[in-house]
Design a protein around this ligand. Structure first.
Ligand code: NAP
Length: 354
């Protein structure tokens, strides 16, 4: 039976592909989901954690199945309400853009009866059901089941010049942005020395004339096989003991180069580049959980059962990048959002809540 105070059946925290996919499935299962999509605050803008998630910070999305290149304008005019449509910037039509994809998913969730609150969850109490969620505005929401889909944010170095050229040559996702025309046949820079950096550099080498990997030590953190891949790729040059001091550019062209410093006291260098890709790790958005869910040593939510979205608390499910530091793609996040909705629906049914 539902609690007397009429707690929500299921609350979804987060509004990236995992959150909306979960909402669509929960709504179609008549669970009347409530999505806490995040707050629109300056703090969230600076941290890259505004509603609609990381995809809303990217440009074209060419690898989300179902959205080949084409003119989506008239479809978007019909699918998205006018008030939100007017804020969507034009793009170069290589596919759907990140913000468009997120607005379409959000609208699809709304169409099936999802309710949305534009607020952050700042505190949770998962000690007993109904679970309690406190939002930034101070509102308390109770829920029988919760799906956490708050994603992860890419780490940046925090340089002012890096911030100035975000989306104009500075990116933290080669798979998202690397194939854009501005990067083709041009030298590019990847910062980092882990598996992600090698993966990004290898991916970018398909399009770029040359890829400089800027790494702060004289040894890669990447696994042997990945490190070997970087070393044997004729287009990749590793700049050892180096750090990115400044992204160079101008208003018209965006990024035009980088200024590098030495981590061993040697002299720095300058390189032409039309793009700078940060691959220095991600930070999952799990701080608000305050230790109430089991996390991995990298602070991602620990899925406790293979092929399920269960967490260490029964009735709390996790989906998308907040629990996945490996695939981190829109399509995999959406897939796990669907899984979390099905897991939550079945779990609620087993509790007699339908
Ligand atoms: P990671 O392994 O933590 O590597 C981060 C890299 O960024 C390190 O080389 C680190 O340098 C560098 N870095 C961190 N902070 C920095 C800073 N402030 N300034 C300059 N450099 C900085 O992260 P990841 O590469 O994203 O990988 C995350 C996980 O996903 C790993 O477990 C990885 O194996 C896995 N993954 C696997 C694959 C694959 O197998 N195909 C692909 C991608 C990711 P230091 O080395 O000096 O610490």
């Amino acid at each position: 039976m539902r609690s007397q105070k009429l707690a929500e059946r299921v609350v979804i925290i987060g509004s990236g592909p995992a959150g909306w996919a979960a909402a669509i499935y929960c709504a179609r299962a008549n669970l009347q989901p409530l999505v806490l999509e995040g707050a629109i605050t300056e703090e969230n803008r600076q941290a890259g954690t505004l509603p609609l998630g990381q995809l809303a910070l990217t440009t074209e999305v060419e690898n989300y199945p179902g959205f080949p290149a084409g003119n989506l304008e008239s479809y978007l005019d019909h699918a998205i309400v006018k008030e939100r449509r007017q804020y969507m910037v034009e793009h170069s039509k290589h596919g759907v853009s990140g913000p468009e994809l997120m607005e379409l998913m959000r609208q699809q969730a709304v169409n099936f009866g999802t309710r949305i609150v534009t607020d952050d969850v700042v505190k949770v109490d998962f000690s007993k059901r109904p679970f309690k969620l406190t939002s930034l505005s101070g509102k308390l929401t109770e829920a029988e089941a919760v799906i956490v889909a708050t994603g992860a944010r890419a780490n940046y170095l925090g340089l002012p010049s890096e911030d100035a050229y975000k989306n104009r040559g500075v990116s933290a996702c080669a798979v998202c942005d690397g194939a854009l025309p501005r990067f083709r046949n041009k030298p590019l820079v990847v910062v980092g020395g882990g598996d992600s950096a090698v993966e990004e550099a290898s991916y970018l080498s398909k399009f770029a004339s040359r890829v400089f990997m800027v790494h702060r030590r004289d040894e890669l953190r990447a696994s042997k096989i990945m490190a070997g891949r970087a070393r044997s790729n004729p287009k990749i040059e590793i700049l050892w003991n180096s750090q990115l001091d400044e992204v160079l550019g101008n208003d018209r062209e965006g990024v035009t180069g980088v200024k590098l410093g030495s981590t061993t006291g040697k002299s720095g260098s300058q390189h032409d580049a039309s793009g700078v890709f940060l691959a220095i790790g991600h930070t999952p958005n799990t701080t608000f959980l305050d230790g109430q869910l089991e996390l991995t040593d990298k602070q991602y939510i620990q899925w406790t059962t293979p092929q399920r979205t269960y967490t260490s608390v029964e009735g709390v499910f996790a989906a998308g990048d907040v629990a996945d530091d490996y695939y981190r793609q829109a399509i995999t996040a959406a897939g796990s959002g669907c899984m979390a909705a099905l897991d939550a629906e079945r779990w609620l049914a087993a509790q007699g809540i339908e």
